[in-house]
Design a protein. Sequence first.
Length: 193
Amino acid sequence: MGSRGNTRQRIQDVALELFAEQGYEKTSLREIAERLDVTKAALYYHFKTKEDILISLFRDLSAPIDEVIAWGQSQPRSLETKKEVLRRYSEALSGATPLFRFMQENQGTVRELSVGENFKDRMLVLLDLVRSPEASMTDQVRCFTALFTMHAGMFALKDVEGDLEDKRKAVLEVATELMTQAHLDAVRGAAAP
């Protein structure tokens, strides 16, 4: 990936740290450059504005999620596929915890930059992958809650004692149980006379 990729990633990481510490609005490119110990010109070579940094973060996060979606769409809508979609999604999310924290703390900014819209669209596609078309409202809520659990779970558990990977697996297990319940209900409903 070379040093260009690494510098870009370091800028993203430091920007997210600063956004978390003092808020997106109050953070300037100059401060990001200072913390990185690079000139503003060096930073400028990669990103012209802090919006560019944020948009690039969302784009990088979205790539693995898009892979999960593409895979899910190419598979039969079986329970096994749905479980695998959740498992792969859980892994895609685990690298993105700081960005999710940012999204939860800066909802206004996320909305303004329209990155939030793209993200919401992806959530709806994922929901379609794990929900049965004939699902009852209760089962649709179960599927929605399964996805929401995966987002909120990592965030909510950050202050709870325990290993990060154990937390991720516990969140995935609960999400999978909810989605499985919904799937089995829909199958039973379809089989009923």
